[in-house]
Design a binder for this molecule. Structure first.
Ligand SMILES: NC(=O)c1ccc[n+]([C@@H]2O[C@H](COP(=O)([O-])OP(=O)(O)OC[C@H]3O[C@@H](n4cnc5c(N)ncnc54)[C@H](OP(=O)(O)O)[C@@H]3O)[C@@H](O)[C@H]2O)c1
Length: 344
């Protein structure tokens, strides 16, 4: 029987992607949609400015959106996918967990908390067991698991693939799509014919979340990896797909061929939303590109290319679909991992 799920922040850019991915999902059944007070009481079709690239499912359009409050969500819903602004998530996600709901969240609040697993299933699925520590410490029947920031998800799988060479220092510069800022994030007057070399708090997220993801969990606590990461983040006028330029310095010699082989061989998982090939490495020097490559593996693959040796170690480019692999698809994948590991 399908697990009954809800979407918190269902009307936004990530919430709409969540609905697009969850509606046909055989393991999940959408049973609750929440948003702000201004959407509560409307049908989903009235409340959402639907902008994703498939029609809004009819039965979803007719559902009533409720306020984001544990009392408004039916008790037989087990799993909530959260795509709330972090200021809202920080207040309400713990209230849902206290009430027994398991929450798989995109929002940045609590990502770096010691007892909150921050998970990319193909990279650190074992960190999920931090939930036992979380439940002991917080006395929750529910649980809170996070996926990282969309630009962190884009480059960390490539680092994980290169970890066997001993990661020392990483520099990353991002070219991020406008959908990453949400529907009200950047106005057309700001972004058309322009690039913005600042995204609030983003650089810190790449620098700290990557070390947590690559860290070691010993069953009781998590030690963050010691790799040094420096990030520079830019918003550019693409709709979807974050492109990143990466330089990696390693302890051991790392040739272009060894790096390409390690990325291609890095395993995917057999969860329903995992792509068959996690990292797709292009030989062409001008790939990956957002418009051409963001839907690889139904938007769940990472694309890499432009590998070359440089003064600062191995240099390459990578790309992922920010609202699928970097957000909605990432939390759905964490939902599948929770199910597989008996947390639902
Ligand atoms: N966009 C991305 O690529 C991306 C990637 C990774 C992570 N994230 C994170 O995911 C979260 C959502 O991002 P988004 O891009 O989807 O944002 P968004 O388009 O602005 O959507 C925000 C959602 O939250 C709801 N909301 C706003 N204020 C609320 C309140 N006070 N109480 C309850 N619900 C409220 C909105 O409902 P109304 O429609 O009623 O206002 C809407 O459903 C953010 O934390 C973001 O940082 C986004």
């Amino acid at each position: 029987m399908a697990v009954r799920v809800g979407v918190l922040g269902a009307t936004g850019a990530v919430g709409q992607r969540l609905i697009q991915l969850l509606e046909p999902h055989p393991a999940f059944e959408i049973a609750a949609l929440t948003a702000s007070e201004s959407s509560a009481g409307k049908t989903y079709g009235q409340a959402a400015k639907w902008r994703v690239d498939s029609p809004i499912p009819e039965e979803i359009a007719e559902m009533t959106v409720t306020a984001t409050d544990p009392d408004e969500v039916p008790d037989d819903v087990d799993l909530l996918f959260s795509s709330l602004p972090s200021s809202v998530g920080s207040a309400v996600e713990p209230a849902f967990c206290e009430d027994g709901y398991v929450v798989s969240s995109n929002s940045s609040n609590s990502r770096m908390a010691d007892d909150v697993p921050l998970v990319i299933p193909e990279v650190n699925a074992e960190h999920l067991d931090l939930l036992e520590v979380q439940r002991d410490e917080r006395g929750w029947d529910g649980a809170l698991v996070k996926n990282p920031n969309c630009s962190t998800i884009t480059f960390v799988p490539t680092l994980a693939a290169l970890a066997e060479f001993g990661l020392e220092r990483v520099h990353v510069a991002t070219l991020q799509a406008v959908s990453g800022a949400g529907y009200d994030g950047v106005t057309s007057m700001e972004i058309i014919d322009n690039a913005i070399p600042y995204i609030g708090s983003e650089e810190d997220k790449l620098e700290t979340e990557s070390r947590k993801l690559l860290g070691e969990f010993d069953g009781a606590s998590l030690t963050h990896d010691e790799v040094e990461v420096a990030a520079s983040c830019n918003r550019i006028p693409t709709i979807d797909g974050h492109l990143e330029n990466v330089w990696v310095e390693t302890e051991d010699d790392l040739s272009v061929d060894d790096a390409a082989d390690a990325m291609r061989a890095y395993p995917s998982l057999d969860l329903r939303s995992s792509p068959e090939q996690l990292i797709h490495v292009f030989d062409e020097p001008d790939r990956p590109q957002p418009r051409m490559d963001r839907t690889l593996g139904d938007g769940m693959a990472i694309a890499a290319g432009g590998l070359r040796e440089s003064t600062f170690g191995l240099q390459y480019n990578c790309l992922a679909h920010n609202t699928i692999r970097g957000a909605a698809g990432a939390s759905v994948l964490n939902g599948e991992l929770l199910l597989e590991n008996g947390y639902l």
